[in-house]
Design a protein around this ligand. Sequence first.
Ligand SMILES: Nc1ncnc2c1ncn2[C@@H]1O[C@H](COP(=O)(O)OP(=O)(O)OP(=O)(O)O)[C@@H](O)[C@H]1O
Length: 156
Amino acid sequence: MKIETISNSEEDTINFGKKLGFLLKPGDLILLYGDLGSGKTTFVKGLAESLEVNQDFYITSPSFSLINVYEGKYTIYHVDLYRLDTLEVEDLGLWEYLNEGIVIIEWADRLKTPLKDDYIEIFFEFLDYSKRKITFVGYGEWQELLKGLDWDEESH
Ligand SMILES: Nc1ncnc2c1ncn2[C@@H]1O[C@H](COP(=O)(O)OP(=O)(O)OP(=O)(O)O)[C@@H](O)[C@H]1O
């Protein structure tokens, strides 16, 4: 199950993040893929907004911190595995985070085994200065859940 959509602006990407955020609950797993500047952090900003993370809280890429934690309606763990090898990733115990909150992982190809059967992959591609192609792929229960969202409609 694959949904392809085009974001024409930073605001569009934030709105896509918001739409998905409204569906999320603790235990949900999201894997993000895309080059630097393709919009991953922008998307997470929208997601955090719909999960009631305080707007003053600065959402950043976890490239240096490894894991950013945001507190809102639920706890969000925003993880970047870029600098780790597969053994180090196993040591992180990401399972435990899934027991406590929503887990968003960048560079998830470093995972040796998928953490669970139900998850969402989101691919960000740079088309031009303000345009991005965003592809959502749902696994397990997310195959149906993602279909229920209208990705083309403006969100307010
Ligand atoms: N349609 C769009 N969607 C998202 N961001 C856009 C869009 N158009 C322009 N931008 C700009 O592109 C940049 C996206 O940066 P962002 O930090 O979200 O990328 P990233 O994929 O998280 O990169 P990194 O891996 O470096 O953290 C921002 O400066 C944003 O303003």
